[in-house]
Design a protein around this ligand. Structure first.
Ligand SMILES: [Zn+2]
Length: 173
């Protein structure tokens, strides 16, 4: 499980557990599912938001709706994504302190270069004292976006195929 930072504890008082039962891990607090669940709960209790106009029924909301609403200035969406950004930035800062990388690449369906979530994460990480000396660590969104996992998996298979001795049987040495 090394490198599974999605299950790093970022709030020891976190309440709703993730599917593995961790309380206060990143997945339970800042994943797409967690954010949408929090937005639904708040809106079902009467919170006003652009999201209602965008989807009609609260049940139709997806993480894309929340991301778009935040980019349009919606306060509820910005509050929820700001909270998620806080937790994500804690995990990133812990990784920086452990590995001192040159670049942090954030992938997945929630991050695009211009969106509110990404810019808030970048701002929060950069605000940490001594964590980014001279701002030399770049924090960038993954270029492959939503497809990065699938493309990574396929590339591993292709790499193994082309490195294997099987290929020699077909094309000769
Ligand atoms: Zn977890």
């Amino acid at each position: 499980m090394a490198g599974e930072i999605g299950h790093m504890t970022v709030d020891p008082d976190g309440r709703a557990p993730c599917i593995y039962g961790h309380q206060g891990c990143l997945e339970s607090l800042a994943s797409a599912n967690a954010i949408v669940a929090k937005a639904r709960k708040k809106m079902n209790r009467g919170a006003s938001s652009l999201i209602r106009e965008m989807v009609g029924e609260v049940e139709n909301m997806t993480i894309d709706t929340v991301l778009q609403a935040a980019d349009k200035g919606d306060k509820l969406a910005q509050q929820l994504l700001g909270e998620a950004a806080k937790y994500i930035s804690i995990a990133i800062v812990n990784c920086i302190r452990m590995f001192n990388p040159g670049t942090i690449i954030i992938g997945g369906s929630m991050v695009t270069p211009s969106n509110f979530l990404f810019s808030t994460i970048r701002q929060l990480v950069n605000e940490q004292p001594y964590v980014v000396p001279n701002k030399k660590i770049k924090i960038v969104p993954a270029k492959l976006g939503k497809d990065s996992c699938a493309i990574g998996a396929v590339s591993l298979v292709l790499k193994q195929l082309f490195e294997s001795s099987l290929i020699e049987k077909f094309v000769g040495k």
